[in-house]
Ligand binder design. Sequence first.
Ligand SMILES: Nc1nc2c(c(=O)[nH]1)N[C@H]1C(S)=C(S)[C@@H](COP(=O)(O)O)O[C@H]1N2
Ligand SMILES: [Mo]
Length: 446
Amino acid sequence: MASTPATASDSGEEGRAGLERVRAVLRSVVPPGPPPGPTRPEFWRSPLRGPWLTAVFGLLLLVGVTVLFVTGLLSYASYNPDLARVNDQTPDKGWLGFYLFSWPTAPYWLYRLTQGVHVVLGVVLVPVLLAKLWSVIPKLFEWPPVRSVSHGIERLSLLLLVGGAGFEFVTGILNVQLHYIFPGSFYVLHFYGAWVFIGAFVVHVASRLPRALCAVRPGPVQPSAGTEEAAGLVPPRPAPPTISRRGALGLVGLGSLALLVVTAGQSVGGWWRRTALLAPHGQDPGSGPNGFQINKTAASVGIRPSDIGPAWRLTVRASGRQVILTRGELLAMEQHEAALPIACVEGWSTPDQLWSGVRLTDLAALVGRGTDTPQTLVESVQRGGSFSSVVLRDNQVRDHRSLLAVRVNGAVLSPDHGYPARVIVPGAPGVHNTKWVTRVTFGEPA
Ligand SMILES: Nc1nc2c(c(=O)[nH]1)N[C@H]1C(S)=C(S)[C@@H](COP(=O)(O)O)O[C@H]1N2
Ligand SMILES: [Mo]
């Protein structure tokens, strides 16, 4: 049987009618309004929630996260990642390395300060971050979840913001507390995470800052629920208060203060280390000249007594020249002193220690090199491991305080601090102070 071909307008009308039927069915199955539970504004009862509290936490985080970001970028730059793959394994960082610069050697406590601030502040901000998330939690359950394309994009950016913040805080804290549970890849995760987070952060601040500044300006206290200013934060059916807003702020502040007290000691050092209950390396680094923080013991990285015994040699190389020294010959060279700290990426640092040993410039001179060497490769007897070698930059080698140290605080280096010889460079992150050094190669001028 032949059917009459439908005209274009017929099928269009049929389509519309079909869509209407689907909508009607949907309406009968899904009742209008949010489903019961957290998607209903009445579910959230705390009378503390409102633009003022959210704005105060938000502004604190604005300042704090900015400092974290800057000190984080500085930490990355301090590795001199553009020098060699030995220093930085981050793949394809490409233009994200745009701002890198030669890390200076002065002031000699520079990394101790920037990284101490980065880690201590990161820990101290945890209560503020949690409080901020708590204050906006009703918005997480906003109904309908997506109202329009622009609303959808905004919510996606919030996902990156909250997810990014959580990711950066968790990876950072795991790293300082659990001592590199991500072998080699922590930098990659924390580095890319930081850029995702900060991108979402900038978008968020740009859209919310005016509102936040308004909310903390003195004036009428709380907008009523449902108004534009309330911005979905003020509960329509608040429970009676059990604490004031300022009280809640004080509680968060106390939490941060408590964290400050139990972490800052590991960066301040000295007597204060005893207060650093959260310090992953413990509070007591021992006593005597070698009684200061040890990152990895000789045994923990597989250094055998024979590696650093009488058979140990130091090889100093430059193109076409090589000198091999025994420990006695190294000690016979001119010895110099420098008071420098060890400052680890994990945030802990030691007060200045008095190192003595041979200047890196004197080692360069041994193989006929001046201070024009752009790269110097330092290698330890350690087999493998990401900290077993480092590439130093010309400004670091040139500094007269940069030593291949053989003694510390008047005593011979202990095996755990790098006996027979370790590098110590002013201003550099701890990881560049290679222990158990066995070979130094002064590279070609660029
Ligand atoms: N060969 C070698 N050198 C190394 C390390 C290592 O694991 N192997 N750790 C580095 C790190 S991360 C730091 S913070 C310092 C710590 O030095 P310390 O243990 O003497 O305090 O040594 C650095 N030198
Ligand atoms: Mo370190």
